[in-house]
Design a protein around this ligand. Structure first.
Ligand SMILES: C[S@@+](CC[C@H](N)C(=O)[O-])C[C@H]1O[C@@H](n2cnc3c(N)ncnc32)[C@H](O)[C@@H]1O
Length: 291
């Protein structure tokens, strides 16, 4: 393999400058991630390789990646994988890129002792996307049963691939059916959902690296952002057991509306929780089933 005579340092610097001139966000971080993929090392270890001369093949591959970044494609799709809760998930345009806030949602469930006291619990992840929530729960608590539901067959195919790559057992299944068509009333321990919650007007104004690449069906929640959440919360109230839990991720302005909706449907212990950035981001509640 012939050498290009360009060092890692030179290529990182010119790539970063090129992307910054194009107004691409987080140019340095994306270039580092791309280069570490090329060199099969961790981004932190790039520091020790700055003087390495790139082969022509690697230089061409890096240029192709930088060209995609310049077109605003998210680095997670270019890399083809991304870490979520210390597990590496395949990522591509079939599903939303797993976000750090959602790791906090998974953590809330793992920390809820009530749920695991009744193992095996039955947990449904609605809007499973890449499968990141259901898969991380199934890996952490393998004695319970899990179902990931999504309207997008593309997303479900990716979730299946991720479950296979991460060697999840047969206690996790996926489906594109409606919750109430699949599940008996009064049978589910937990419903967790990170659904599309962005109001349509805000969706239209999203940065290009999100709007042009991530699926609209994963993001656009209708006029007030609550169209899908409303329907899913109502369905959840039909299938949850008495004292069963619901965990929702939401837009920071939706806490009051979602809490009111939950109360109308018979939920109690309703609490709005903040993410690491201090924004209202999650709602947790339990259902009282009247006998
Ligand atoms: C915000 S993404 C979340 C994906 C994944 N759970 C995560 O946290 O990364 C929302 C997902 O909900 C799915 N979705 C949209 N409408 C839905 C509906 N009515 N029922 C079930 N899933 C739906 C989308 O296809 C998308 O995969």
């Amino acid at each position: 393999m012939a050498d290009s005579e360009k060092t890692v340092f030179e290529v990182l610097k010119s790539s970063r400058r090129y992307l910054e001139a194009k107004g691409v966000a987080e140019a340095r971080r994306s270039c580092d991630l791309l280069m570490s993929l090329m060199l099969k090392c961790k981004p932190l270890d790039l520091f020790f390789k700055l003087d390495q001369v790139l082969s022509n093949n690697l230089l061409d591959a890096m240029r192709r990646g930088v060209k995609r970044l310049a077109e605003n494609e998210p680095v997670q799709y270019i890399l083809g994988e991304w870490d979520f809760m210390s597990h590496t998930f395949k990522t591509d345009k079939r599903a939303l890129i797993p976000r750090p806030e959602t790791e906090e949602l998974v953590q809330l469930i793992l920390e809820c002792e009530d749920i695991w006291a009744e193992e095996p619990a039955f947990i449904i992840d609605i809007g499973t996307g890449s499968g990141c929530i259901a898969i991380c729960l199934a890996l952490a608590k393998p004695n319970s049963r899990y179902l990931g539901i999504d309207v997008s067959r593309d997303a479900l195919a990716l979730a299946q691939e991720n479950a296979g790559r991460l060697k999840v057992g047969n206690n996790l299944a996926f489906s594109d059916k409606e919750l109430c068509d699949l599940i008996e009333p009064d049978s589910v321990s937990v419903v967790v959902a990170n659904l599309p919650y962005i109001p349509t007007a805000d969706y239209e104004a999203l940065p290009l690296h999100i709007k042009n690449y991530e699926p609209a069906i994963a993001l656009d929640g209708g006029e007030d952002g609550l169209n899908i959440i409303r329907a899913v919360v109502e369905d959840a109230s039909m299938v949850l057991k008495n004292n069963g839990y619901i965990f929702l991720e939401m837009d920071h302005r939706q806490g009051v509306a979602i809490s009111e909706l939950l109360e109308q449907l018979g939920f109690y212990n309703i609490s709005v929780k903040q993410d690491m950035a201090g924004h209202d981001r999650f709602v947790v509640a339990q259902l009282t089933v009247s006998s």
